[in-house]
Design a protein around this ligand. Structure first.
Ligand SMILES: Cc1cc2nc3c(=O)[nH]c(=O)nc-3n(C[C@H](O)[C@H](O)[C@H](O)COP(=O)(O)OP(=O)(O)OC[C@H]3O[C@@H](n4cnc5c(N)ncnc54)[C@H](O)[C@@H]3O)c2cc1C
Length: 545
């Protein structure tokens, strides 16, 4: 194992995303012609939304932190790394869900009182000590891509909010070629981690759609799942060790690849969403860069037939890296995006499959998967569909900005359940989404896909599009609440990979029971007795009183 010198630890790896949309403003684009046609057919005329205010025009509703708070924080991290600038505070005002983006269009917005950028674990500990002493809430900020309200500048019972931006805590700490493990500082973005590993002939293989901006600490804190999860598992399955700084001490977890030394405390911190402490280092299982990458596209007569085929693959364990199935409506929209709208209604459901690894092994796995898919009624399709999915997979979030500009509301949500319950859950969520919008008098279309499979079940990922309307936030909150009730009633999880945040917090007790909530609160009370850590997320602190 090698421990790397300081020059392997890049300062300030990633730049800020567009403040009121996704990603790099230079890569924003308009709507493809096929999508415009489809939208007109499905939603009718959607009046364009009024233009959003410019960043400089927005009023911040909460004042910056007081001078003595700022002086104490400056002592912890250096004066240059405490920022109360208007624009920087607004860049840390929330995540990137569609409601977040709609809130960015308001003339007055809440924002943290200061943005603080520590560069070491000691500095993180020093910031937490200042926050405890001075009664300030701390919201850890990784890539800022959260979609369930986990970055809200919610002070809880405290005087103000510090956004703890982890971008300076970035870089490779150690690399163990023999064990296939690498340790990174938690603020390292996914592309930076992959670059470090590629230079050494390795890969992590965690590719969520937010890949280009999210951080390893954020993935661990949210129990993220990437598009290659069939092959390499969810992010929590990749984590072999963590260092976490809490207000009452530091933990170093994950001593051996297997252990019976009591309950697995490491797992407690995966999904803790910044409410137990700050993850400062993440040790990860890695694999050699795949020699072969074999993409295939398949079609099925129906979503039910396709789901049966995916179940067969997951239960036999033929080993695809990616396997995803779009339902009929999502297949039609995907085809529209590649300009193939004429064929949309005759295509049934499309699936994308990727096998990778050593060339011979990848080819053998591909053949085994192909046999299962064919026996379940699948037909090989033009591999260009798979290539176009691969090519466009990180561009899709830009499409949402183009839709909003076109007057179209577009949001996603996800859940998971067993194979036996999959279709009942899909039906219940689709009805709650479509029916909810219909009650709000908006035409809509609900799309769905399976993108994460397990031997015992799968996730369902929904996209809903509807006319934006004059006041889109409140109707959506009613629809989303109805959908969450439907997920609970139909036996799904409140989240397969987006996490709980503040948006799903009211439903968590239904999923884990009151004893489960008491366990989380007990851990919070022990690690963070002053309740400063992200008080609005997971199990809101106000509810503890
Ligand atoms: C367009 C888009 C596509 C997405 N696609 C996917 C997807 O395919 N799969 C998926 O799993 N998710 C996806 N997400 C959701 C999001 O990217 C994930 O939740 C991701 O894990 C967040 O990482 P981040 O670094 O951006 O964390 P942030 O958004 O900065 O923070 C998320 C939460 O974790 C806490 N946190 C962050 N870093 C730390 C730390 N070091 N220690 C303690 N707490 C911390 C924060 O306080 C917050 O509560 C998507 C989001 C968007 C906007």
């Amino acid at each position: 194992m090698s421990t790397l010198p300081d020059n392997e630890r890049p300062d300030h790896e990633h730049t800020y995303m567009r403040w009121d949309g996704w990603g790099d403003p230079a890569r924003a684009h308009g709507l493809p012609g096929g999508v415009k046609l489809l939208l007109a057919a499905v939603l009718g005329r959607t009046p364009k939304a009024p233009p959003a205010p410019r960043l400089a025009e927005v009023t911040i509703s909460s004042p910056p932190l007081a001078d003595d708070d700022l002086a104490a924080l400056a002592k912890a991290v250096g004066e240059d790394h405490v920022d109360t600038g208007h624009d920087v505070r607004l860049l840390h005002a929330g995540g990137k869900s569609t409601p977040d983006l709609l809130r960015r269009r308001q003339a007055e917005q809440a924002a943290p009182g200061a943005v603080v950028l520590p560069a070491s674990e000691d500095e993180v500990a020093a910031v937490l000590a200042v926050a405890v002493e001075r009664g300030l809430a701390v919201v850890p900020f990784g890539g800022g891509t959260a979609v369930t309200g986990g970055l809200e500048p919610d002070a809880g019972p405290h005087r103000g909010v510090v956004s703890l931006d982890l971008r300076r805590l970035s870089g490779l700490v150690s690399f163990d070629e023999l064990t296939h493990e690498a340790t990174f500082l938690a603020g390292t973005t996914a592309p930076t981690a992959e670059t470090f590993l590629a230079e050494r002939g390795f890969e992590l293989g965690h590719f969520p759609q937010s890949f280009e901006f999210a951080t390893l600490g954020g993935f661990a804190a949210m129990r993220s799942s990437g598009q290659n999860s069939a092959g390499y598992g969810r992010f929590d399955a990749m984590v072999t060790g963590l260092r976490v700084v809490t207000p009452t001490g530091t933990l170093d977890l994950g001593r051996a690849p297997g252990s019976a030394a009591g309950p697995d405390l490491l797992r407690w911190f995966l999904g803790s969403e910044g409410t137990f402490g700050v993850i400062t280092q993440v040790r990860l299982r890695i694999h050699p860069t795949p020699e072969a990458r074999l993409f295939d596209a398949w079609t099925f007569g129906s979503f039910a037939a396709g789901a049966e085929a995916l179940r067969g693959v997951a239960q036999l364990g033929t080993g695809p890296t990616v396997i995803r199935l779009s339902d009929e409506d999502e297949t039609a929209v995907s085809l529209a995006q590649v300009g193939n709208i004429g064929k949309a209604l005759t295509q049934g459901c499309s699936a994308v499959v990727l096998h990778e690894g050593p060339a011979e092994l990848a080819a053998a796995r591909r053949e085994a998967t192909g046999r299962v898919l064919r026996e379940a009624g699948g037909e090989p399709a033009d591999a260009k569909l798979a290539a176009s999915w691969d090519h466009g997979r990180f561009k899709a979030p830009y499409l949402r900005d183009a839709l909003l500009a076109h007057g179209v509301f577009c949001e996603t949500l996800e859940t998971a359940t067993t194979w036996s319950n999959l279709h009942a859950l899909k039906k219940a969520v689709t009805a709650a989404l479509a029916g909810g919008f219909a009650e709000e008098r908006a035409k809509n279309r609900v799309l769905c896909h399976i993108s994460h499979v397990y031997p015992t079940g799968a996730s369902l990922y929904f996209t809903v599009i509807a006319g934006l309307g004059a006041e889109p936030l409140e109707p959506w909150e009613r629809v989303k609440s109805r959908v969450n009730d439907a997920i609970m009633a139909a036996g799904g999880t409140i989240s397969h990979h987006h996490g709980v945040g503040s948006d799903h917090a009211p439903w968590l007790e239904q999923e884990i029971g009151s004893a489960g909530i008491r366990m989380l609160r007990a851990a919070q009370a022990e690690l963070d007795p002053a309740g400063i850590m992200n008080p609005g997320a997971l199990v809101p602190r106000a509810a503890q009183c």
